[in-house]
Every structure is written in structure tokens, then in C-alpha cells.
Design a protein around this ligand. Sequence first.
Ligand SMILES: [Fe+2]
Length: 382
Amino acid sequence: FTPFFLRDSCRESSHVNPISSQKLFSSGELGIPANQDIVTVEKCEIIQNSSDMDTLKVFWRDGHVSQYPENFLRRYSTVDNIKSARYGYQPFSLWNKTSISEELSPKSLIVSYDEYMNTSLGLYRTLKGLHSHGLVFLRNIPHQPINTNHISGVESLPVDNIIVERIAERIGYIKETFYGTSWDVKSIPNAKNIAYTSSFLPLHMDLLYYESPPGLQYLHVIENQAKGGESIFVDSFAAVKEVERVDKVAFEALKRVPVTYQYDNDGEYYYQSRPMVIMQRDQKVIEAVNYSPPFQGPFECHTDTEGFKDFQRGLAIFESFIEDPKNQVLLKMEENSCVIFQNRRVLHSRNEFDQMSGKRWFRGTYNDIDTFWSRLRVMARE
Ligand SMILES: [Fe+2]
């Protein structure tokens, strides 16, 4: 450890507010030449505690004394220790149709609503499944109450009792979007959004034209009697790994070439430009994928370069992987069930359905990914 690191991470009450845990000085102050005494060590002592944990005591030239417990020093002693101390860095499982079918059981990625809502274990199991595979199914949800307008006959959900919002709030705060705190997926005439029609919806992620697209998406199946309309889910991280395995140059291009996403409709104009593959800072692990053909805008980069050809090859490998039924989970979602999935990892789509054959009504909502990570880290620590 450098003197700078130790002084900068001192946790004494003069340096960090013990109530708010906010740092009370700027790291910049330690770099000023006039402040050299602050980052100069006069002497160190090791204090042996009755427990196994020793404490390092550092006496600084400016008179301040800092103490560092052994577990703190161990945690920050290697890059691997830093990572493993935070849940989000644990490895996740890539999947295809065969490998995930073994996990689609009440022991793993299927959780009962009651267990999820009312037990810590049920919630923790759901969070771990969302981290490892990116999707979990909740079953046996109580029937969603529905209000019917006496004059028009139009059905709607009671604003104070929308079950999917309660499900999402169990993990964290809801991410509100221009669709509201939650939204219906049912067919309506002259739909502006492709999700509101009965036609086939290709594999995609939601709201990539937002600066921070939703991390988790929830789809609660209220009614599903229409013929067709099966849901399809694919692990985009596995598809990216396949691109990397087959064509390394193309994989590099997917990390670089910007793709435009926009929603320019109905008095709204959302826009973002981002590459398909985002890596964690160590460049070894995938952090997120951006793939949503229905919401893509025109390319704004040169499309006549070698680099763009590399991107196109990568995209073709990616698409042939995700469109292969061997890599897809295809299922007709049960009424009173809810799927939760990582929107930046698991692609979703829906087969065409016959509007005349019966009702189909899903209700959806989102969380930011941060609230998910926060809940998971806290529960893992407990
Ligand atoms: Fe969607």
C-alpha cells in the first residue's frame, strides 16, 4: 500500500462522517506539495487483538493516527480480492436451451410468489438466479383485481393495487419511463409501439435510447388465452462469446462501432448512440449488450470502412446464434406468472398471436440495475 492509499482510505471520524459514512476531504488535497506531512508516515504498529483480526496503526507526520483492520487490508491487497468481496464480480452462467432447461425448476430459476414476497431466502434465490442466468420465473401469483368501466366496458388495473409493481418493489424502486410506472402489453388498434400489436416481435432489449436503459424488466401475465404469442428468451452474453470464439476481429468491432437507438414518435424524441458490446473495466467480462433492431436509427458512422465490415461479420454471427432455436427458451407464459429478466443481457421476443382467439394481457415494469445490485450485495453480506 502507498501512503497516499492509506491516508485516503482512513476511516477515522475526522476523515469520514461515522453517521453518513461520507468522506470529509478530497483526494486532491493529499497531492498538494504543501500537504506532504499528511501523506508521510512517521511510524507503524501492529496491534494484536483478542480476535484473529490484527489492526495496523499508522502515525502520520501531521499528528494524525489511522487504524486499519486486517480484513480491510486483505480486501484491498489484490485485484481479485477487491472483486470477490463485491457480489457483482462473481462469475455467471452462459446458457442455451438445453443447459437452462435443467435450471428451470422450482429448485433454481422458478420461485413461488409467496416465497419471493414473504421470505428472505425466496428473494435471495431470485436475485442469485437473475445474476447467474439473467432470468427467473415467479409462479402462483394471486389473481390481479381488474376494474371494469360500467359504460365503456374498458378494463383497467386499480392504480393502488398493481401486482407487478409490488413484485418489482420487493427488489428496489421502480424505474419510471414515458410509459409510466408500469404499462400494459395488450393489443390495441392503430398501435404506435410495435409491442402493442399482435404481430411477431423480433428479439430485442427495451429502451436502449435511454442514457440508462432499465436493468431489470418484469412481465406479469394477467391473461393469456390467445392462440400463439409464445415468449422467447435468449442469452445475448452467450451469443457475444460465440462471436469472440469464431472471429476475434469481429468481436473487437462489436465493442467499438456505434449503433444509433432512437424513439422519435408521438411528441417524444429519445436518442443514444452506443456499441453493441460493453465490457467491464477489466475488459475481460461482458457488462452489457445493446441489441434492439426495432428501435435502431440510421448509422452515423462511416459504413464503407474495413472496421464496419468487421462489425457486420460480428453482427451476422451474433444473429445466427440468437435465431437458432437451440439457443432459445420458447414458452407460453402461464397466467398468474411473472418473468423477471436482465434487460441488458436477456433478449426477449414474442410470436404472433391471434387477437380473435382470446384475451392476452401482460403488465410490465422496470428497475434500474443499481437497485438490484444493491439488494444483492446487502443480502450476500448478510
Ligand atoms: Fe420489449
